[in-house]
Design a protein. Structure first.
Length: 283
């Protein structure tokens, strides 16, 4: 059995409040997630038994989530709120946790296998990469936890067969390198045995210092990076500058899946789209 990795040093079991739902109103359940990828997972996990909405706008990065009045109203109406966790979205997490009796699921506290979680940092300071949804094995665990909240029989949102097919399609580019806009693809790389890339920005989308930028250029040159990925939620000026300096093409990748529809097959479609976008770097 795979070893269980405690994602947060002081993490307790999954935080949740007890709630009840009348059987005749199951189809009216509202589930709110902080970001689009979690909505894709929730909709795939719950199917037609719930309406799923997310708080993130198409122009917001997952790290800079701000709430409108209508978003606050949706949170109060929701039967369940699904969050990444306190460190990833502290303002939203605190707001939800301060609502009396509000049921919420903090995915950073789920029992993921240590073999399926990417780690940031060095020997002195380590933390789990919070972009957990980019590993389909983790997404299934998140989906199962959401299903358990409503007493729904556990079932995967992406099959082992689908994951194996995606791995096979990525095998020809497994050893090739690239520059990513921010440190986001670690969990994707761990799931599919590809490079995690050379990030321009840190895991929260923040800018790095001058020395780090110089090191990035040297590493990218030595590793033979073949493209620079940009993301729709971020300005791409810094990525464009580096691409021009190293004479590399720009390629778009969307780890938020903003354009993927919320359906029972939405998460599987998201992963298929992400793999296509990733492979485009090396075409």
């Amino acid at each position: 059995m795979a070893a269980v990795f405690p994602l947060l040093c002081n993490a307790a079991s999954v935080e949740k409040e007890v709630f009840s739902v009348q059987k005749d109103s199951v189809s009216e359940l509202l589930v709110i997630t902080s970001i689009k990828p979690l909505a894709l997972i929730a909709q795939a996990a719950l199917g037609e038994t719930a309406k799923v909405e997310f708080l993130q706008s198409a122009t917001q990065s997952a790290h800079d989530l701000t709430l409108t009045v209508s978003a606050l109203n949706k949170i109060h109406q929701a039967a369940l709120v699904v969050l990444v966790g306190d460190e990833f979205e502290p303002r939203v997490a605190k707001l939800v946790q301060d609502i009396p009796g509000k049921a919420f699921l903090n995915i950073l506290n789920l029992p993921f296998s240590s073999s399926d979680v990417d780690i940031y940092g060095d020997m002195q300071q380590k933390s789990a990469d919070p972009h957990l949804w980019l590993n389909p094995y983790n997404a299934n665990i998140i989906g199962h936890a959401i299903q358990a909240e409503f007493g729904i029989a556990k079932h995967d949102i992406i099959s082992n067969g689908q994951i194996k097919a995606l791995k096979k399609s990525l095998k020809p580019v497994a050893t090739l390198d690239y520059i990513s806009h921010h440190d986001v693809l670690g969990n994707f790389a761990k799931a599919f045995n590809v490079s995690a890339g050379i990030p321009i920005r840190d895991g929260n989308g923040g800018h790095k210092g001058v020395k780090s930028q110089l090191l990035l250029r040297n590493v990218a040159h030595k590793s033979g990076a073949q493209c620079v990925f940009i993301e729709p939620q971020y300005a791409d000026k810094d990525a464009t500058v580096i691409a021009n300096e190293l004479n590399l093409p720009l390629r778009t990748i969307d780890p938020q899946g903003i354009d993927v529809p919320l359906t029972e097959k939405g998460y599987a479609q998201f992963m298929q789209t992400l793999v296509v976008q990733f492979k485009a770097c090396f075409s």
